[in-house]
Design a protein around this ligand. Structure first.
Ligand code: TYM
Length: 333
């Protein structure tokens, strides 16, 4: 039997954060190493233009995001790694699926509501139909599993509904995908406002850790992280969101469980805990930063790997597109 397939993506809209890493990328590498799936990962530059981008900056950020995927340990031979705009079938399928997606469904998407509030001067149709393009990304590759953070769960559920509707009319065309959300780390919070998600677009740099931050910067940001007025290291996301977020990060960086962390820091206070989190994250990210810098000096190599990823992705996508065009009733020549 052929292996089950994974698909996921990340926007090329700035340097990714520790939230992206712990909520998604870390699992992509773990799933690669488990070897049970065939994995397809894309840098979604078409998604990135729902917000205005400077062309030179978009180009650079697409290279950076691609280099980062390699730097975190994704092997371009064992996975299909490509850039979304290199495979035009994404845009083609998005149009088709748009005709199977309801206005009401898209109106309920919380990310649309958030983003249109933040970019009130540019609520374009792309922002609204963004989840249809995401459904196209997933269904194009007949993905079984979609490893994402908590904020993307609603989009994967919509994808499932669209696939069910399409299959109801044209049986057997799409595989039904399921989200794969990690039990710990699915929602890493801001270091400054721990009731909000850590987000690269946060204007306060102290609120997030970027994957390219130096060890020094990482340690400083954790020292400044917002906690609370008692000084107990205890996991309680309701009453102690700041400390609980730091514990989640520390747990994922060290492999320790919450009770063990509570015991290790018993009676020691945040003065000891915050620097320990900073050290653990600095150690976790040090190899990523080094490899990233080396790769960004060799865009010739990145072009070669991107081209190979594009060819492999396009071949998979075309298999689905043939089925879809036939099912809908387009004339084949
Ligand atoms: P994006 O680029 O915003 O984020 C990439 C991945 O990182 C996860 N993530 C987080 N996880 C935990 N805590 C956080 N603070 C945090 N912030 C981000 C996201 O959940 C995501 O898994 N629409 C998607 C990209 C996309 C996609 C797809 C994903 C396009 N097509 C198809 C899966 C399948 C997005 O904007 O992710």
């Amino acid at each position: 039997m052929s292996k089950k397939r994974i698909l996921s993506g990340v926007q090329s809209s700035g340097t990714p954060t520790l939230g992206n890493y712990l909520g998604a990328f870390k699992n992509w590498v773990a799933l690669q190493d488990a070897g049970e799936y065939e994995s397809v990962y894309c840098v979604v530059d078409l998604h990135a233009i729902t917000v205005r981008r400077d062309p030179a900056q978009l180009r650079r950020q697409t290279y950076e995001m691609y280099a980062l995927l390699l730097a975190i340990g994704l092997d371009p031979k064992r996975n299909v790694l490509f850039v979304q705009s290199h495979v035009p079938a994404h845009a083609e399928l998005a149009w088709l699926l748009g005709c199977y997606t309801m206005f009401g469904e898209l109106s309920r998407m919380t990310q649309f509501k958030d983003k249109s509030a933040r970019h009130a001067d540019n609520i374009n149709a792309g922002l609204f139909t963004y989840p249809v393009l995401m459904a196209a990304d997933i269904l194009l590759y007949q993905a079984d599993l979609v490893p994402v953070g908590d904020d993307q769960k609603q989009h994967v559920e919509l994808t499932r509904d669209v696939a069910l509707r399409f299959n109801g009319l044209h049986p057997g065309v799409f595989t039904l995908p399921a989200p794969y959300i990690p039990p710990v780390g699915a929602r890493i919070m801001s270091l400054q406002e721990p009731t909000r998600k850590m987000d690269k677009s946060d204007p306060n740099p102290a609120a997030h850790i970027l994957l390219t931050d130096t060890a020094d910067v990482i340690r400083k940001k954790f020292k400044k992280a917002v906690t609370d007025s008692d000084s107990q290291v205890r996991y309680d996301p309701e009453a102690k969101p700041g400390v609980s977020n730091l514990m989640t990060i520390y747990a994922l960086a060290t492999g320790k469980k919450f009770p063990e962390i509570e015991k290790d820091f018993e009676g020691m206070g945040y003065g000891a805990f915050k620097p320990a989190v900073g050290d653990a994250v600095a150690a976790l990210l040090a190899p990523v930063g080094d490899t990233f810098a080396r790769l960004m000096d060799d865009t010739g190599y990145l072009d070669t790997v991107m081209r190979d990823g594009r060819d492999r992705a396009a071949a998979l996508a075309e298999q689905t597109m043939e089925k879809v065009r036939q099912a809908i009733g387009f004339v084949a020549l």
